[in-house]
Design a protein around this ligand. Structure first.
Ligand code: ZN
Length: 257
C-alpha cells in the first residue's frame, strides 16, 4: 500500500499512431506526456492506460487501486464500452477523482457524470488563448499567475452545456473574441471532478509548465481525503437507532432544560 497519489493517465492513443504533426509532437502519446510531467512529483505514482487495451486498461482491479483518473478522448468516444463507463461512474461516486481534459467534454464518462450533453462551440484555427484565473484561492490555482498565455489553442466557446460548476477556477479568452468556462469543478457522490480545456492534439500545450502545474494541482485536489473511504455510496443502508443520550432520563433532562 502506497501513500502516494495513484494516478492513471488515460488516452484514446489513436491520433499519435498515425504519421504526422500529432505524432511528431507526442511521439509516445498524449498520456505519456502528461504522465511524464506528473512523475516528477514525489507524491505521485503514475501509470497509463488506453482505449485499445483489454477493458480499455481500466479493469475493476486497476480502478480499485486508482485515486485519480485523467481522461483524454477525442475521435473515438463511442468506442468506450458502456460497462466501463458504469465502472468509472461507480468509482467516482465512491471517491475516485476524475479529470477530463480538452475534447473529453464529449466523452462518455464526462457526460455520464455531468448528466448533460457536454456540447460547446469550437474552431480549429491556432488562436492565441489567455486562461484567466477567476478563483485564486482554489487549490487548483495554487502557485499560478493571474493568467496563463497559450500561443496556440483550439477555440472552445460558450454555450458549454454543463451543470453549474461548484467552483469556476478558469475562464479562457480566445483571439476570435469568445470566452469559455475552461476550468470547472464538481462533486459527485464522494468523488471530485475537474474539467480543463487546454490540450488540442496538434499543439504542444501539455509541455507548457503552467498547464502541467494546473494538472498537478488538480490531481492533488481530486484525491479523496475524507475519513469514510470504505463506506459505500449507493447502497442505502438501514440505520440503527442509536441516540444513546436519550436512553438515560437524567441526561435527557439536562439536555433539554
Ligand atoms: Zn481539440
Amino acid at each position: 500500500m502506497t501513500d502516494k497519489i495513484r494516478v492513471i493517465c488515460w488516452n484514446e492513443f489513436r491520433h499519435e499512431k498515425k504519421p504526422g504533426i500529432i505524432q511528431t509532437i507526442y511521439p509516445n502519446g498524449i498520456h505519456e506526456a502528461i504522465a511524464d510531467a506528473l512523475r516528477k512529483e514525489p507524491d505521485m505514482d503514475v501509470k497509463t492506460a488506453w482505449l485499445d487495451q483489454k477493458e480499455h486498461g481500466l479493469t475493476e482491479k486497476v480502478l480499485d487501486n486508482t485515486d485519480v483518473l485523467i481522461w483524454w478522448g477525442h475521435g473515438a468516444h463511442d468506442e468506450v464500452k458502456d460497462e466501463i463507463v458504469d465502472r468509472i461512474q461507480d468509482h467516482v461516486l465512491n471517491g475516485m477523482g476524475f479529470i477530463a481534459l480538452h475534447s473529453s467534454h464529449f466523452s462518455k464518462p464526462f457526460k455520464r457524470l455531468m448528466g448533460t450533453s457536454g456540447s460547446l462551440q469550437w474552431r480549429e484555427r491556432a488562436e492565441k488563448c489567455h486562461v484567466w484565473c477567476v478563483n485564486p484561492y482554489h487549490p487548483i490555482a495554487k502557485g499560478l499567475d493571474d493568467v496563463i498565455e497559450i500561443a496556440h489553442e483550439e477555440m472552445y466557446g460558450e454555450f458549454f452545456d454543463i451543470p453549474e460548476p461548484d467552483s469556476l477556477v478558469f475562464i479562457s479568452w480566445f483571439e476570435g473574441g469568445e470566452v469559455f468556462r475552461s476550468g470547472c469543478t464538481w462533486h459527485r457522490g464522494k468523488g471530485k471532478i475537474f474539467y480543463f480545456q487546454p490540450g488540442h492534439e496538434s499543439f504542444p500545450n501539455y509541455y507548457q509548465p503552467e498547464i502541467q502545474k494546473v494538472i498537478v494541482n488538480a490531481v492533488r485536489w481530486c484525491k479523496f481525503d475524507g475519513s469514510t473511504q470504505t463506506r459505500h455510496i449507493g447502497v442505502c443502508p438501514n440505520a440503527k437507532f442509536t441516540l444513546n443520550i436519550l436512553s438515560n432520563p437524567s441526561e435527557r433532562e439536562e439536555d433539554f432544560m
